[in-house]
Design a protein around this ligand. Structure first.
Ligand code: C2O
Ligand code: CU
Length: 489
């Protein structure tokens, strides 16, 4: 059990001190630009605002948006009588929604009030390398009691995730949604909701596979799944939507005739889910944040870190379940509710949405980007074999387990192709930092490689120099070595 460091009063003093320090960093990063000129309040003003744990938005409509994220101990109810105590952002789980407009400049002051180091990664946003939040690659972890200022341009528009990139901190609760709104969406809608999907692990996650870890022991005892699977997934107790177990679901309101945009984002530690809504189809409009030609389906699959935006036409009044079910592992399903105005909550139509038993499922081949895709023959091709999971061993790429692994060397301006083949019994959601890549006719930043000899490939243009992480977004696989550095020569 982790304790909040110090007492309230002392905490406040320390906070003031840290923010003074942060002010220094922030000013330095301004390179002479004036805060006042941009219509923003200063960091110091934000520091003295009334609720120190609130997500503090400078409120400016100008190009600079400033937020403060405090990573520290928090507690929240995930169901009636089920209190989740863990590390979270600003005492909220999932972390507060950060929502800005495309082209604004984002400055986020991250303050670490936990007893171990942390970083924040802006998953999917092609930020400058130094702002990418990867420990040991782009920055040192933010030490306990210290702050770090991230600053980058909020572009392109999309639904993103922010999360810790240290160890297994994602499964402690250090996740949140980041929405960059487009100036002119290619689809019309009346409401815009973010649904954060997550696997629920109360406590302190441990590496899997080894003999010592609690997760490993419990996994073995729980058994289930196929051979070896029990200990390859943490013993998740359920799936959450918006931080709630199905007993006390989040309710999303609508009215007949509306079009509802749902931003489904999956910052799970390890779980790939299928999602479907009772009584409604979904028109998929964005994939990993990027606009696609709308395609209507009954269900879709989201690997860890994948996102889809969908539009639901509210034409079937009632109270309907939004259900997610795990594709790997034993976590029971998660649920939220889509409720039409005037419908009584008790009218919830329980049961399994049609999308789980049939109907059209979304495949990557269905996705057609609305923007120009990298095309042409690749200058450089990497064949990457994904392996591991046998007898609690490492997870590897071409036999090497990060950090004892060679960087994948590329040159600026090249067209690069990654061809992955999965020689293991588990799915791997593979993510490349700092770039969007082309999968089929879509742009993505994370791609699922199916188990049992599944294959996937993607192309990208080397246009964002730096040292970038490429890894499986199952954090237990990442921690056990399924990662590489992609380095510009
Ligand atoms: Cu979602 Cu390496 O990150
Ligand atoms: Cu994996």
């Amino acid at each position: 059990m982790i304790e909040i460091v110090g007492k309230r009063g002392r905490d406040m003093d320390r906070r003031k001190f840290l923010l003074t320090a942060a002010t220094g960093i922030a000013s330095a990063s301004l390179l002479g630009r004036s805060l006042a000129a941009e219509g923003s309040r200063s960091v110091a003003d934000i520091a003295t605002a009334a609720d120190p744990m609130a997500l503090q938005d400078s409120g400016a409509t100008g190009p600079l948006r400033e937020f403060r994220l405090v990573a520290g101990q928090g507690e929240t109810e995930v169901a009636p009588d089920e209190v989740y105590r863990n590390w979270m952002y600003n005492g909220q789980f999932p972390g507060p929604e950060i929502r800005v407009k495309e082209g604004e400049r984002l400055r986020i002051i991250v303050e670490n009030q936990m007893p171990e180091g942390t970083t924040v990664h802006w998953h999917g946003v092609p930020v400058p390398n130094a702002m990418d939040g990867v420990p040991g690659l782009t920055q040192e972890p933010i030490a306990p009691g210290e702050s770090f200022v991230y600053e980058f341009e909020a572009t392109p528009a999309g639904s993103y995730i922010y999360h810790s990139h240290v160890g297994l901190q994602i499964d402690r609760g250090l996740i949140g949604p980041l929405v960059i709104e487009e100036a002119t969406p290619h689809v019309a809608y009346d409401r815009d909701y973010v649904l954060v999907l997550d696997d629920y692990f109360p406590g302190d996650p441990q590496p899997l596979g080894g003999m010592g870890g609690r997760g490993g022991m419990m996994g073995r005892m729980m058994g289930g799944g196929m051979m070896g699977m029990g200990r390859q997934m943490p013993p998740y107790e359920g799936l959450l939507i918006g931080g709630r177990l199905p007993d006390d679901p989040r309710v999303f309101e609508t009215k007949r005739g509306e079009r509802v945009r749902l931003r489904l984002i999956n910052p799970s530690g390890a779980t790939t889910v299928r999602a479907a809504i009772g009584g409604h189809r979904m028109s998929v409009t964005h994939c990993d944040g990027r606009p696609v030609e709308p395609v209507t389906v009954d269900s879709l699959v989201l690997g860890a870190a994948e996102r889809y935006d969908v539009i639901v036409e509210a034409a079937n009044p009632g109270v309907w379940p939004i259900v997610i079910a795990a594709i790997e592992g034993n976590a029971p399903p998660g649920r939220a509710v889509l409720r039409y105005a005037d419908a009584a909550a008790s009218a919830l139509r329980d049961g399994v949405p049609e999308g789980f038993s049939g109907g059209r499922q979304l495949y990557y081949q269905d996705l057609q980007a609305l923007e120009t895709l990298p095309a042409g023959r690749p200058d450089r091709v990497f064949d990457l074999m994904l392996r591991g999971g046998m007898m609690g061993s490492a997870w590897t790429i071409n036999g090497q387990a990060y950090p004892n692994a060679d960087p994948l060397m590329i040159n600026k301006g090249e067209r690069i192709r990654f061809r992955m083949s999965n020689h293991s019994m588990m799915l791997h959601p593979m993510h490349l930092h700092g770039h969007f890549f082309r999968v089929g006719d879509a742009l993505k930043d994370t791609v699922l490689v199916a188990a049992h000899m599944g294959r996937a490939e993607f192309d990208f243009v080397a246009d964002n120099p730096g040292r970038w992480f490429f890894h499986c977004h199952n954090i237990y696989h990442m921690e056990a070595g399924m990662a590489r550095e992609v380095r510009y020569a």
